[in-house]
Design a protein around this ligand. Structure first.
Ligand SMILES: [Fe+2]
Length: 291
């Protein structure tokens, strides 16, 4: 009888271990299963010459030991095959040393990852306007590193929006794309919008969705594109939400949010942080179609 009970306990114990290992294994495999999300948005205020505008967004590449050249090259090849007018990156292109738990065991050469990700992003075809803003990991290692990343992005044809805006003109109309520095560092939203005319159609790029708490009713922002959350990366019900480094994870974990003034979209990102795995939050390339 005792032997039978023990073997039943052992069966459950080994079964749970096997299930746990299978979960880890599938999370490791799913970290690279990129999903393309297509989002159609209609804005009565969008100038007619911009109807049909296509924006491709990626975020949180986190170039690092865990996120390598082969995977990022595949993402770039996917983007190259997509119809688009604008490509935007909403921060955390690098993984900064702020998250250094594993660094005691891993190769410690950030410049290698910086040059790798620049090399890969440089393979994006010309023809689309290429824009980027920085995330907390891009700015966390100091201004010299951030400047190096800025210079390299400029070299491969990206405009980095650092608390500034850019006017796009099609026909007789203009829209504005504004981009902030990271909210935990040098974000300045009033400065970012300073040159945007009061009634202009405006798209805001900002890494952290908590930027929405800084948007006042006086600011006319039609679409805000963010990242930062990784969609939870490993979605464990009732737990992951508590660990999210944002104010309102229920609202801004991932996807499209309707605001009083427009829409916010939170991209689940491309790379991974801390653990090379994803569960219930696949990596994402987003294709926006505006009318
Ligand atoms: Fe990130």
């Amino acid at each position: 009888m005792l032997g039978k009970q023990l073997s039943r306990r052992a069966f459950i114990r080994y079964g749970l271990r096997a299930a746990f290992l299978m979960l880890i294994g599938s999370g490791y495999g799913l970290r690279h299963s990129v999903k393309t999300e297509t989002i159609d948005l209609h804005f009565p205020t969008l100038p007619s010459s911009f109807h049909g505008l296509r924006i491709v967004q990626i975020s949180d590449l986190h170039a690092s030991f865990w996120v390598n050249r082969a995977y990022l090259s595949r993402v770039v090849a996917q983007i190259n095959a997509m119809a688009k007018d604008i490509v935007v990156i909403t921060g955390d292109i690098l993984t900064g040393s702020v998250n250094s738990f594993f660094k005691r065991w891993l190769p410690d050469d950030d410049d290698t990852y910086l040059s790798m990700v620049i090399d890969v992003l440089g393979q994006l075809h010309n023809g689309a306007t290429k824009l980027a803003v920085f995330g907390n990991h891009d700015q966390g290692d100091g201004s010299a590193k951030t400047q190096q990343l800025t210079d390299e992005l400029h070299r491969i044809g990206f405009k980095v929006l650092r608390n500034e805006s850019l006017a796009l003109t099609y026909g007789n109309s203009q829209i504005y794309i504004a981009g902030t520095d990271d909210l935990w560092y040098s974000c300045n939203l009033p400065k970012t919008l300073a040159n945007v005319p009061e009634k202009a159609f405006t798209i805001l790029l900002s890494h952290n969705p908590d930027i929405t708490t800084e948007i006042s009713k006086k600011m006319k922002i039609d679409l805000t594109l963010c990242g930062h959350t990784h969609g939870g990366q490993v979605m464990i019900p009732f737990i992951t939400g508590y660990l999210m480094p944002i104010d309102n994870p229920c609202r801004y974990m991932a996807g499209l949010v309707r605001e009083d003034y427009g829409y916010t979209y939170v991209n689940r990102g491309i790379g991974t942080l801390v653990f090379p795995m994803r569960l219930g939050a696949s990596p994402e390339i987003t294709s926006f179609h505006l009318t």
